[in-house]
Design a protein around this ligand. Structure first.
Ligand SMILES: Cc1cc2nc3c(=O)[nH]c(=O)nc-3n(C[C@H](O)[C@H](O)[C@H](O)COP(=O)(O)O)c2cc1C
Length: 330
């Protein structure tokens, strides 16, 4: 069974990927309930944390019920990263994860995120310093390389392991690919097959069905799957994969009632966490995904995403359940 430091995980764990504006406490709680074995916060700027920027600091909120939980940080300045580690430790996460994979220009141009893939010595130096700074297990999430011609992930993973990381999650794309094309899991399997590797190697990218997860496990021999987009609006995805592993059968998709219950709980948890106004506002982006594929739904979606009062959104959920309760999801 894979372990992250002392954290024992089940065979082929499923990890909820860090996702900006998605992997917040309410969404993480829903995914955890549906079988996610490890959850991560979205990436948090080390510079934001040390400036005590409210937007960054609120992302440190974690709850007992979601453990084991990792807090992900990004940056490229050694001092800021180390100070950020000290701040993150006070929130008492189970894991500190370093983001070496974000492809976004404004992050990359400062050498942070996937930008650091152009400077492997810096990547190793930062990682080593972070590992030395904390007693928490440190993990890394990264991509295959900067571009197709500079894929050195086998060597990179080994060097990161040698400076003390406890697990690595690899997205099977390069920085240059952004999200285009399909994820290539072969180089991730090469990392896993390196006889010197002894930490868990988690695969990431395009795990969008139970069969894909099975393939990552059985054909590519990876230690677990990190799941991003397939879980958005579908926290049940973790349960679907686990059910398929156990029985070889597909679970039927969640019913309208289950979706409404999830959307209600999502909204309520967001309000409990951030207050009425922000809770209502920030949960809006999730409704499209919960209620995807329902014909003639626009009027109801508009109510959900334009109402400022939670009571109106809750009323819209009730209306949806009444009107579309029998809708068959495929
Ligand atoms: C909306 C969104 C936000 C993301 N934010 C982050 C992030 O904060 N940190 C990170 O390491 N990766 C982030 N990613 C990348 C995902 O963690 C993951 O690597 C990528 O989506 C590929 O996995 P998937 O095919 O399962 O979605 C984000 C992806 C999406 C779609």
């Amino acid at each position: 069974m894979p372990k992250i430091g002392k954290i024992e995980l089940p065979d082929f764990p499923l990890l909820l990927a860090p996702m900006e504006d998605v992997s917040d406490p309410p969404f993480r709680a829903l995914c955890k309930e549906q079988g996610a074995d490890v959850v991560y916060t979205e990436f948090i700027s080390s510079e934001g944390l040390i400036r005590d920027a409210a937007k960054s600091v609120i992302k440190l909120d974690i709850y007992e019920k979601e453990r084991p939980v990792g807090i992900q940080i990004f940056g490229a300045e050694l001092d800021s990263m180390l100070q950020a580690v000290d701040i993150v430790e006070k929130s008492n996460p189970d894991i500190i994860d370093i983001n070496f994979g974000c492809p976004v220009k404004k992050v990359v141009c400062k050498n942070a995120g996937a930008g650091i893939l152009r400077d492997i010595p810096l990547m190793v130096k930062l990682t080593e310093a972070i590992v030395k700074r904390t007693n928490l297990p440190v993990t890394v999430k990264t991509r295959l390389g900067w571009d197709h011609n500079s894929i050195k992930i086998v060597e990179v993973a080994e060097r990161l392991q040698d400076v003390g990381i406890q697990a690595i999650a690899i997205h099977g794309r390069t920085r240059v690919q952004m999200y285009k094309g399909s994820a290539d899991w072969k180089p991730i399997a090469e990392v896993k097959n390196n006889p010197r590797m002894h930490i868990p190697v988690f695969g990431n990218g395009d795990v969008d069905s139970p069969e894909a997860a099975e393939k990552m496990r059985d054909e590519f021999g990876l230690d677990g799957a990190m799941i991003g987009r397939a879980s958005i609006g579908n926290p049940w995805f973790f349960k679907e994969v686990k059910h398929y592993f156990e029985t070889g059968e597909h679970l039927s998709p969640p019913t309208m009632e289950e979706r409404v219950i999830a959307a209600r709980r999502h909204l309520q948890m967001a309000i409990d966490w951030k207050g009425e106004k922000l809770g209502v506002f920030e949960t809006r982006r999730h409704y499209t995904n919960y209620f995807k594929g329902i014909p003639h739904f626009k009027e109801y979606r508009m109510k959900m995403v334009t109402s400022d009062e939670s009571s109106d959104v809750f009323a819209a959920f009730d209306e949806v359940l009444q009107k579309f309760g029998d809708h068959q999801f495929v």
